[in-house]
Design a protein around this ligand. Structure first.
Ligand SMILES: [Zn+2]
Length: 122
């Protein structure tokens, strides 16, 4: 059984529409040499509750990740390690591209800024 700390990055747990948007977003990022990768796609209600309890998510219930309508994409550094460091990596540009194709990037959320998060719908 999946533990709350297990992270699912299977793009086939996304809706077909969200998966298509993600592929387009990654494609456009690659053109600009933005080295982002899929970090997390689908989230179980148990994992969402755990993230909420630990202050890592503003949502108590599964939200968009639980519906297959959200993805977190994260940069990797030269050594292949995940990095959420917005001073080192251009999360702003990824958010601009995301917005331009019709996704909603968490980068612009004033109350719970989430530079890695992109979702289909508001
Ligand atoms: Zn997210």
């Amino acid at each position: 059984m999946a533990k709350v700390t297990d992270i699912c990055n299977d793009v086939y747990r996304l809706t077909p529409a969200m998966r298509g948007m993600l592929q387009e977003l990654i494609r456009l990022c690659r053109i600009e040499e933005l080295n982002v990768y899929v970090f997390e796609t689908y989230r179980t209600p148990q994992r969402q509750a755990w993230l909420y309890a630990n202050g890592r998510s503003k949502l108590k219930t599964a939200g968009m990740h639980g519906k297959g309508l959200a993805v977190d994409i994260v940069f990797k550094d030269a050594k292949g390690r995940w990095s959420w460091d917005e001073k080192k990596f251009n999360y702003r540009r990824v958010a601009e591209i995301s917005k331009s194709i019709g996704l909603t990037p968490g980068y612009y959320w004033p109350r719970f800024h989430d530079g890695a998060h992109h979702q289909l719908g508001r």
